[in-house]
Each structure stands twice: as structure tokens, then as C-alpha cells.
Design a protein around this ligand. Structure first.
Ligand SMILES: Cc1cc2nc3c(=O)[nH]c(=O)nc-3n(C[C@H](O)[C@H](O)[C@H](O)COP(=O)(O)OP(=O)(O)OC[C@H]3O[C@@H](n4cnc5c(N)ncnc54)[C@H](O)[C@@H]3O)c2cc1C
Length: 478
């Protein structure tokens, strides 16, 4: 997120002075690391939680938002590749079809309705639906082989899906930034406090290796610390931060590197979330391209840990509680019994039980081909709510100071896929004058659809998708 914002700022104002301070000794070792997230280019092609059914009608509004937010990321990446700033798009993005796969008459009926609603919109041109087992087997053989012949199944497929290595992308963006005047990244530097100091922010840093402390001042601060953002936002003491709390969800994957399987699965296959599960814990069987190798990931299995970061502290949750957020947190505990039960169930699940969930997607899977890996932490947003006292929110939210001198990103989903879209909002909120004085028109060169809506302009949608597909080497629906 921080690297994306820094790229925008550098493009908009060459020479602008930017410092990134990272507490670990290298970049993208938390959520953005390829093994810590699923690498889905979330465009709401296969994630069933973005199309809820309300009173028998499928609501596609959230899906359309996510779908076109991903277009913003594609345009930024295509811009950097076209300029030669990123040499090879294959170093971070691969075309991988996105499928939704369901079992049972009710879920099949839901998928059919969802397909009808989505495929009627130009953003979903090319979506396919089938109940034909042979067809599904052609698309994803591992999902069908060994399956009970009595299973009632259906699938949708979008060939235009992607797998993205967000860790690699982060490092590519940083490589680009390192060549620019005014930019510097500092590792092993923990930001441990910040406060207003007149017109500026005073940021307190501690060197994680030597313990040495120092202060620096900045006119604008972006708190892009992933799970570590909430405590820093509280320390900033901006009134807008009051009442926010975090609810950490941990995750585990099964990972398979056996070429006998990886060579026979080329898709991201998303299923339906179990009752009570958080939407981002929908199980999926994914092709991953990481560091030149192909792997399969299955999961994530959600869990509960009080850490806000994978390299964080078990005290994170407790130290984040303050008089402003205790009531929203308690209200969320009271109102989310199904989620609590689901997480407890996941935590006490044995590896054998976890493996049974994989069998739903890959009936012939054998334990010897798979190993468990720990995913990144996701800190979900808890915030005040006038009706319920507090609500748990599964999206992301930018919280910013009224004067635009500080912004922070909370939440996890749809995450890295929509980083460019989220950072455009940070610019619009925090650099209002500059946006009026030329940045907006420069942004249209970087993001050709800027200020317009591909969801309501079919021609624009087709053009940006064809253009970005050509530059990034992705599938396009002619
Ligand atoms: C299990 C899982 C699956 C996911 N799947 C997907 C997916 O398929 N597609 C998708 O688009 N997104 C996905 N996401 C979300 C995505 O990974 C995140 O939204 C994204 O990586 C967040 O980027 P970030 O820069 O905000 O945070 P991070 O990548 O976590 O970076 C934050 C950085 O801040 C540093 N930091 C923290 N505190 C401090 C401090 N006090 N001082 C200095 N540095 C600090 C950390 O060390 C870290 O390097 C997933 C996340 C998880 C956990």
C-alpha cells in the first residue's frame, strides 16, 4: 500500500521527498508476502460473498465495485510496464482463470442466478456457467476426479482472472522508487509514536538492531503498517481515530509443490463459505506462481490469534483496547456468536479434519503431497455503530485527519488488489489543492479511466481491459 502511494506521489510530483520506515529488515514480509496471502487479483469474478442474495434477488453492486477497482490497479501496473519501469509483467502477474464451484441443489440454483445477474452486465462479458461434469472436469480435472458420481455440482468460469505475487510487486515498485530523487526506504526502523508538532508531524523511530531512537518531522504521514496501523493511528490522537478497534483473524494454508498436481490445475477455484465464517475465509484451491515455481494453495483456514502482525506480539489485541473502543469491541463480541463459534471450531480442528475440507475440492488429495503453512494476519475493523454499539467490518477503510495531514488504512479485504484505487482516495482526501491544480489531469495519463466509471461505460470498460491485457499479457474477451 505504502509503495503504491509513493509511486503515485513520485509520478505526480517528481522529486517529492518521501521516506518509508519499515520495522523488518526487508520489504513485503507481512501480509504482502506472496506466501502470506492468496495472490488473487480480486475482481469479484469468483468470490461468492460479493454477490449476496437478498429476498431472492442477487445483489451485484458490491461485485461491480470490486471488479472495477481492480481495473485501476491494472491500469497503474500497465502504465509502469509501458514506461519500462517494470520490465516483465510475468515477474508479478499471471493469467489464471477464476472459477466458482458449488455442490448441492440450493447452491447450484444460487450460482445459476448469480451467473444470470452478472453475465447480463458488460463488466462480466465472457463469464461461463455449467452443470456439466465433463465440462468442469475439462476446466479443473483435480476438482472432479474421484468425486461421488451422485454429487450435484455447478461452476462458473472467467478466463480473465489473475494470480498476483504482491510481494514481488512491492519489491518492483520499490526498485522503481529507489531510482527516483527524493525517495528513501529505511529498514529495521520501527515507528513507535507520532504526534502533532505545530504544522508538522513528529514521528518517533527506534532502530530494531541498535535500539537507537530518533525523531523526524513530516508534513504528511501515511500509516501503511498493515495490522500495525491501528495502534499508530491511536497514537496520532486524531479525533477521527476514536472508537476504532481491531479483530485479528489468523490463517493457515495447505501447500502442494508436487508437479504431478501443479501441472494439472490452472485456476483459482472458490467455494461457498461455511456458516458463521468471515467472508474472506471462503475456502479456495489456487494456482500460485511464486519465484518461478508453480504451487497449489488451499485454504485459508481461519483461526484466532491476538497478534496484529505475523511478526507481532501476543499483546497486540490487549494493548489496542482503550476507553473509546471497549464498548464497540464488546458489542461485536455479543453480536457475532456464529463467527466466534466458527473461529473456535477452526482453531481446535485437527490436521485430519482440515484435510477433509481439501477433499471437497480435490477428492484424490493425499496428505503426503501437502504441508501446512502459516498465512498472514488480517485485522478486521471494529467501529462504533449508533444502533448496535459496535460493528465488525470486513472491508478496508481509509481514516484521515480533517486537515489531510495524516491518513491510515485499516482492514484487509479485498486488499492488495485494490491498492491503487484505495491510494487514489488517499490522494483525493489529503492532497485536495494539488489535485485541483494539475494532479487530476496527470492522473488521467496514469489511470486512463480516472474520473469515469467503467461499470456504466461499456466502451471505456472494453478499451481499458483490452489495453491493460495487452501490456500485462493477460486474457482478454474479444
Ligand atoms: C491470509 C490472507 C489472504 C489474503 N489474500 C489476498 C488476496 O488473495 N488478494 C488480495 O488482493 N489481498 C489479499 N490479502 C490482503 C493483502 O495481503 C493485504 O491487503 C495487503 O498485503 C496489505 O498491504 P499493506 O502494505 O497494507 O500491509 P503489509 O503488507 O502487512 O505491510 C505493512 C508493513 O508495515 C510494517 N510495520 C508494521 N508496523 C510497523 C511499525 N510500527 N513501524 C514500521 N513498520 C511497521 C510491517 O512490518 C509490514 O512490512 C490477504 C491477506 C491475508 C492475511
Amino acid at each position: 500500500m505504502s509503495a503504491t502511494l509513493a509511486v503515485f506521489l513520485t509520478e505526480l510530483q517528481p522529486g517529492i521527498k518521501i521516506g518509508i520506515f519499515e520495522k523488518l529488515d526487508s520489504a513485503a514480509e507481512e501480509s504482502s508476502n506472496a506466501w502470506n496471502n492468496a495472490g488473487t487479483g480480486h475482481a469479484a469474478l469468483c468470490e461468492l460473498n460479493y454477490t449476496p442474495e437478498k429476498n431472492g434477488v442477487i445483489d451485484i453492486s458490491k461485485a461491480l465495485e470490486v471488479n472495477t477497482e481492480f481495473d485501476v490497479s491494472r491500469q497503474l501496473w500497465a502504465y509502469l510496464v509501458s514506461k519500462g519501469e517494470i520490465k516483465d509483467p510475468r515477474s508479478f502477474i499471471h493469467p489464471v482463470p477464476h472459477l466458482s464451484f458449488v455442490r448441492g441443489a440450493d447452491d447450484v440454483a444460487f450460482l445459476k442466478k448469480r451467473f444470470e445477474a452478472l453475465s447480463a452486465h458488460h463488466c462480466y462479458r465472457g463469464m461461463e456457467f455449467t452443470r456439466d461434469k465433463k465440462q468442469i472436469e475439462e476446466w479443473v480435472p483435480l476438482v472432479m476426479e474421484g468425486r461421488d458420481p451422485g454429487d450435484v455440482v455447478a461452476a462458473t468460469r472467467m478466463e480473465t482472472g489473475t494470480d498476483v505475487n504482491y510481494g514481488s510487486l512491492t519489491n518492483l515498485l520499490l526498485d522503481y522508487l529507489r531510482q527516483k530523487e527524493g525517495f528513501a526506504i529505511h529498514f529495521s526502523q520501527r515507528v513507535h509514536d507520532l504526534h502533532r508538532d505545530g504544522e508538522q508531524w513528529k514521528v518517533k523511530l527506534r532502530d530494531e538492531k541498535t535500539g537507537e531512537q530518533r525523531d523526524l518531522t513530516a508534513k504528511f504521514v501515511f500509516i501503511g503498517a498493515g495490522g500495525g496501523s491501528l495502534p499508530l493511528l491511536h497514537k496520532s490522537a486524531i479525533p477521527e481515530a476514536r472508537g476504532y478497534a481491531g479483530f485479528p483473524v489468523s490463517g493457515l494454508w495447505f501447500r502442494c509443490d508436487n508437479p504431478a498436481h501443479t501441472s494439472r490445475h490452472h485456476a483459482k477455484v472458490y467455494g461457498k463459505a461455511p456458516v458463521g465464517s468471515p467472508p474472506m475465509s471462503v475456502p479456495h484451491l489456487d494456482t500460485r506462481y511464486i519465484d518461478g515455481d508453480v504451487s497449489l494453495l488451499f485454504g485459508p483456514y481461519a483461526g484466532f490469534s491476538t497478534k496484529f502482525l505475523k511478526h507481532g506480539s501476543y499483546l497486540d489485541l490487549f494493548t489496542s483496547v482503550d476507553p473509546d473502543n471497549i464498548l464497540p469491541l464488546l458489542a461485536v463480541g455479543r453480536d457475532n456468536v456464529a463467527l466466534t463459534e466458527y473461529l473456535i471450531g477452526q482453531v481446535i480442528e485437527s490436521d485430519t479434519e482440515r484435510f477433509l475440507a481439501l477433499h471437497d475440492f480435490f477428492p484424490n488429495a493425499r496428505p503426503r503431497d501437502w504441508r501446512l503453512a502459516v498465512a498472514g494476519q488480517r485485522v478486521q475493523i471494529v467501529k462504533r455503530d449508533p444502533v448496535h454499539g459496535g460493528v465488525l467490518q470486513f472491508g478496508t477503510e481509509v481514516v484521515s485527519a480533517a486537515d489531510g495531514s495524516l491518513a491510515s488504512l485499516l482492514g484487509a479485504s479485498p486488499g492488495a488488489s485494490t491498492a491503487a484505487w484505495i491510494m487514489l482516495h488517499v490522494l483525493e482526501r489529503c492532497y485536495k489543492d494539488a489535485m485541483k491544480n494539475g494532479w487530476s489531469s496527470k492522473l488521467s495519463e496514469i489511470i486512463p479511466s480516472y474520473g469515469r466509471s467503467p461499470a456504466s461505460d461499456a466502451q471505456l470498460c472494453r478499451k481499458i481491459r483490452a489495453d491493460t491485457a495487452a501490456v500485462l499479457g493477460l486474457h482478454d474477451i474479444a
